[in-house]
Design a protein around this ligand. Structure first.
Ligand code: SF4
Ligand code: SF4
Length: 351
């Protein structure tokens, strides 16, 4: 298939040794990030060698898109008073970077962030980083307890054909590498072998077998309308009052939650102000406070907002916000599960 800029996509079978040596040639031109073992967790971090990579991971607490493209905290402007007031723009993040081993749900989450930051209003910070980032996706090889990507069409294999640079499928000794862009080709100048029907049928069998192993499944047909008609369903208040701590873990780990707050911080000598933005969370009591009024003052209304925003696809960009990664479930200290709340509404609708 030929891409929008005339690049002709191609596929190679590449041995893992060759793949990792390609990754090692990227530094120092690129900063390279990938999944790394850290205690009993896997986290996305900058690596100094491909030997640091742990590609067989199942899931991570934080998503790479919300760490390295949309940063949790970043400076935006500096104001300095040296007798005359000067304003300096702080544009960071234009270093070239490669993120290796991104699972399909997290690639889909980046596409969701693109809709927010590259849509009607373009965010220059996000745009600069997105354009300078090579995304190497990796189809999943295992399904975790809380994954439900198969219910929302974002995994366990990636079927979207563009918007990233390389898609890898683990075939044992080799990766099946689907090169999707010129930037992806930069990484794989070393040629692999041509692919044949065996590799494609192996890939397809792997996906079929993974699809059978999902424990968490949700039927999303008609769900958005159902949720909107059940704003007063008791599940919101019961779950919120009995279990929700308003800690905002769910929002912080969610790869598609994009809200931020802007803060001005003054230096100790009162000469400089730094304006920065940092992640904000709809579960915080002050989030919806406007001029002394608060339109989501109850815990139930805030929890309902999180669930409906994530499971309703018609209201914002015409796609479901959740990518089914299960992080909000895994990292909720009281095990609140948005799919269970939605199922409760499906079982006992109030209209
Ligand atoms: S992580 Fe759980 S307890 Fe914390 S705000 Fe989210 S739903 Fe509530
Ligand atoms: S709402 Fe939960 S399952 Fe969905 S993308 Fe966000 S963290 Fe993942």
């Amino acid at each position: 298939m030929t891409g929008v800029h005339g690049f002709r996509e191609f596929n190679v079978l590449i041995s893992k040794d060759v793949f990792f040596s390609c990754i090692d040639t990227l530094r120092p031109e690129y900063k390279v990030f990938g999944p790394v073992r850290d205690g009993n967790q896997t986290v996305f971090k900058e690596i100094s060698s491909s030997a640091d990579l742990f590609m067989d991971y199942s899931t991570t607490m934080l998503s790479p898109g919300k760490m390295f493209i949309y940063k949790p905290k970043e400076d935006m402007l500096k104001f300095r008073d040296d007798g005359t007031l000067s304003v300096a723009e702080v544009m960071t993040g234009v270093e070239k970077q490669v993120i290796v081993g991104i699972h399909p749900c997290d690639i889909s989450a980046i596409f969701y962030l693109d809709r927010t930051f590259l849509g009607e209003f373009v965010d220059p910070f996000y745009k600069a980083r997105r354009e300078n980032t090579i995304l190497i996706a990796l189809n999943c090889m295992q399904v975790s307890e809380n994954c439900f990507c198969s219910s929302v069409g974002t995994g366990p294999h990636l079927h979207i054909q563009s918007g990233y640079d390389v898609l890898l499928t683990d075939l044992g000794e080799d990766y099946l590498a689907e090169i999707k862009s010129e930037k992806g080709f930069e990484v794989f100048r070393v040629k692999g072998q041509e692919t044949g029907p065996n590799e494609w049928s192996l890939k397809s069998e792997k996906e079929k077998s993974l699809l059978k192993s999902f424990k968490k499944i949700i039927d999303t047909r008609g769900l958005d309308e159902l949720l909107m008609k059940n704003l007063d369903h008791p599940v919101w208040a019961t779950t919120a009052d009995e279990r929700c701590l308003s800690c905002s873990n769910c929002v912080m780990v969610c790869p598609t939650c994009f809200c931020y707050n802007i803060v001005d911080e003054m230096s100790m000598d009162l000469k400089e102000i730094t304006r920065f933005r940092q992640l904000d969370a709809c579960q915080d009591l002050r989030f919806a406070e406007v001029h002394g009024g608060n339109f989501r003052s109850t815990r139930a209304s805030r929890l309902r907002q999180f669930v409906i925003h994530n499971l309703n696809y018609t209201s914002q960009y015409g796609v479901t916000k959740t990518v089914g990664c299960g992080r909000c479930i895994t990292w909720c200290p009281t095990n609140i599960d948005l799919t269970e709340m939605a199922k409760e509404v499906q079982r006992s609708r109030t209209y």
